[in-house]
Design a protein. Structure first.
Length: 323
């Protein structure tokens, strides 16, 4: 699970019981103290707002709402999937975690970017990291670039989407969504109820002995009188207007199986905003990605939720793991 992008508002503008936000993004931190200090020093009402909450198990979370009304839920790391001992108490060597492999490049605005220190043959323009970086315009680098090559955030922990359902469909929609990802992608899924509603959990990366995954995509049922007043599942071609990128499997064959499954299921879709036009397995293999937007009931074909997916091979040039 690599990115969440949007071209529309992230909030539901309608009344009638729907969840205010369409989704929340979970972020993982080693410690929340530095984050809280930064928010205290830099977060004003016009830029963002935040509050702190203690969960039932004693862990603290920081809920941040930015200027675009997006909600980020910051939590401290509760597990390290690399710290495993064998039966004799010896440290086991394990596969690297997603957060250690998939490191996106940072935009830095300091003049001594560590990325440039070891390359004396770079063009002089690269010596000033306030100038254009990797195609990112200079003004963006200057405005949003950070002054260090390290961040205190470990990465994206989860995305939770709020799926508006009728009372009649409550208790069944999350199960159908979980079955969709299991059927088409052989994903590890589960459905839980946290005392408020049913939640479909789609797991990414490694899963520990307690069933916790490195990353998760959550779909929470929210009961409303008229779901289509809050989210378009039929008439709106782009659904909520957001899209996610998911890298599938450990090899090209895993990706090909997923592409074949989705072609056979009639899921593939072309977003007219982009140049890639993939509707069969051959073009999916050539482009190393394909798109679909409808999460459907695998038995009836009914659309349950609309969310644009970019499904990518790990050999895709944008794969942050550096295939």
């Amino acid at each position: 699970l690599d990115e969440l992008a949007t071209t529309t508002s992230t909030t539901s503008s309608d009344g009638g019981g729907g969840h205010k936000h369409l989704f929340e993004i979970g972020l993982r931190y080693n410690s929340l103290e530095e984050l809280k200090n930064k928010l205290l020093a830099n977060c004003s009402g016009n830029v963002c707002s935040y509050d702190m909450t203690t969960l039932g198990d004693g862990r603290e979370i920081v809920r941040i709402t930015d200027a675009y009304d997006r909600v980020f839920v910051a939590r401290e790391v509760v597990m390290d999937l690399n710290d495993d001992d064998d039966d004799d108490g010896n440290q086991e060597e394990d596969e690297p975690t997603i957060s250690s492999i998939c490191q996106q490049k940072l935009i830095c605005n300091n003049n001594n970017n560590n990325n440039n220190n070891n390359n004396n043959n770079n063009n002089n323009n690269n010596n000033n990291s306030s100038e254009e970086q990797d195609g990112i315009p200079t003004e963006i680098v200057q405005q949003y670039g950070i002054s260090t090559t390290q961040t205190i955030c470990r990465g994206m922990d989860f995305i939770e989407f709020f799926v508006h359902v009728t009372k009649e469909d409550a208790g069944t929609t999350a199960e159908k969504i979980a079955r969709f990802y299991d059927f088409f992608f052989d994903a590890t899924t589960s459905v839980v109820n946290d005392g408020k509603s049913d939640i479909a959990i789609i797991a990414f990366g490694k899963i520990d002995d307690f069933g916790r995954a490195e990353q998760s995509m959550l779909f929470r049922e929210v009961v409303v009188d008229n779901p289509q007043c809050h989210q378009a599942v039929h008439s709106d071609d782009l659904g909520t207007g957001h899209h996610i990128a998911i890298y599938v499997g450990n090899c090209e064959e895993d990706y090909k199986v997923a592409a074949s499954n989705c072609v056979d299921g009639g899921l593939l879709w072309v977003n007219p905003q982009f140049e890639d036009k993939v509707l069969d397995v051959d073009s999916a293999m050539e482009c190393k990605q394909f798109r679909f937007k409808n999460i459907v009931d695998i038995e009836t074909g009914e659309t349950l939720y609309v969310l644009e997916h970019e499904i990518r091979s790990i050999s895709h040039p944008l794969f942050p793991g550096g295939y």
